[in-house]
Design a protein around this ligand. Structure first.
Ligand code: HEM
Length: 414
């Protein structure tokens, strides 16, 4: 197992961070790992070394001398730094929900705090969940104009200049972002990472040196060195991020006996939705040879994923009743606050709304490479299939979200 990442040396147990001293990261001899005072008590930490600026500010090498390429690199880096924070925040929420299993009922149902603030048990998860919603809803969509237009309509990134360097980047593409794939796994989109939905010609040619057909989002050939970021080693704190949706439904199931009325069943995936997505995928293949065989295989895989998902949803009866309790008698609890923000973050990232991150990204693509394939080889046809036909099938917190969406107060919270 690789050396633990200091970012994941987190104290979720209130006792481990009840004072600055108890929370200080130390080596086996008790010496602080960061900014240890010397024998005269002097501490040498400076801003640049604390933030690791040497590594951060020297990361990423332009392939060309085109000035706008620096903006292109910086924009992707800004998004990846935001994804990194989102993953740690998801880890804090997942770790807190995992600890909820051992917590007393009054902690599970703790109401939203008055001015004295939440209990130390919930404090990190409340700020983490609120940051997640902010990152997905405000930060990511507001980074993308760097490769588009500003609010006063200034052009911030030139398509002409872009065409001067983009081909030098083949087959690298935002499609290979491993961190976002882990975030998507946290939001119950793991089944989509196995689907052979992306034309793999570019990756086959450049990485494998042979044709590979259609590839999946989570394929090691696609994610290359980033694969372990999307699929962290089991047993590491990062790995818990991928289990977030399961942990949410386990926490909800604990509240099943608090529901006042039996709620409607969790919505199933219908064969028509699978057919619709498969037909769309077939359409993107046009008159390619073996198009029917490729789309037939895709349809089978999607149908199998939908069947497994429906079995999972069948098993969420208790979680569903717990969700009804959170939307009813336990409304205004901290757990509801946290779940609302998780659902809002999933929505702000993926929904086909005008201002979601994926939609803002698609508008950027339309602005710069509308008719051309992307450097990864999927282009707009893939992006539309993904956002309009596949992502909506796997919403996060499925036993919770569709129970509350109809209520205006919820909309306000969203
Ligand atoms: C000029 C700016 C950009 C253009 C023209 C562009 C173009 C594309 C294209 C064509 C694809 C489809 C895959 C392919 O064929 O390569 C794609 C996928 C993707 N890009 Fe971008 N991109 C841009 C900026 C960004 C930025 C700043 C991010 C932030 C991380 C990003 C993240 C992604 C992600 C996550 C995907 C996969 C989406 C999915 O799986 O549904 N892109 N991009």
């Amino acid at each position: 197992m690789s050396a633990p990442d200091p970012w994941w040396d987190l104290a979720l147990d209130p006792a481990d961070r009840d004072s600055e001293d108890s929370a200080r990261r130390r080596d086996a001899d008790g010496t602080p790992l960061v900014n240890a005072p010397d024998s005269e008590g002097r501490m040498g930490l400076d801003y640049a070394s604390y933030l690791g600026l040497d590594g951060l500010l020297s990361a990423g090498e332009p392939a060309t001398t085109v000035p706008d390429e620096r903006a292109f690199i910086a924009v992707h880096q800004l998004c990846e730094v935001t994804f990194r924070l989102m993953i740690v925040d998801l880890g804090v929420v997942a770790g807190t929900l995992a600890r909820l299993a051992e917590a007393p009922d009054e902690t599970v149902t703790e109401p939203l705090p008055d001015e004295s603030g939440p209990s130390a048990f919930w404090r990190p998860a409340m700020t983490a969940a609120a940051r997640l919603r902010h990152s997905a809803r405000n930060v990511l969509p507001s980074i993308m104009p760097y490769v588009g237009r500003s609010d006063n309509d200034d052009v911030l990134f030139s398509s002409i200049e872009f065409s001067q360097f983009r081909h030098a980047l083949t087959p690298s593409s935002g499609f290979q972002t491993a961190q976002l794939r882990l975030i998507q796994r946290a939001f119950a989109k793991g089944p989509l990472l196995d689907l052979p939905v992306f034309p793999g010609e570019a990756y086959g040619t450049h990485y494998a040196g042979c044709p590979v057909g259609h590839v999946a989002l989570g394929d090691p050939l696609v994610l290359q060195g980033g694969h372990s970021r999307a699929f962290p080693e089991p047993g590491t704190p990062q790995a818990l991020v991928g289990d977030l949706d399961t942990l949410v439904h386990e926490a909800l199931a604990r509240l099943a006996d608090r529901a006042e009325h039996p709620p409607p069943r969790v919505r199933r995936l219908y064969p028509e939705e699978v057919d619709r997505a498969a037909a769309r995928f077939r359409q993107t293949l046009g008159s390619a040879p073996e198009a029917d065989a490729i789309s037939g295989a895709f349809r089978q895989r999607l149908a199998a994923a939908a069947e497994r998902e429906n079995e999972r949803r069948e098993s969420l009866g208790d979680a569903r009743r717990g969700a009804a309790a959170l939307h009813g008698p336990l409304r205004g609890s901290i757990l509801a606050f946290v779940l609302d923000r998780l659902a809002a973050a999933d929505h702000a990232l993926h929904a086909p709304d005008a201002d979601s991150f994926f939609t803002v990204h698609r508008k950027t693509v339309r602005r710069h490479v509308a008719d051309e394939g992307g450097t990864g080889g999927g282009g707009m046809p893939y992006l539309v299939t993904s956002q309009r036909y596949l992502l909506p099938l796997f919403p996060a917190l499925v036993a919770y979200t569709d129970l509350g969406v109809m209520d205006e107060r919820d909309r306000e919270r969203w």
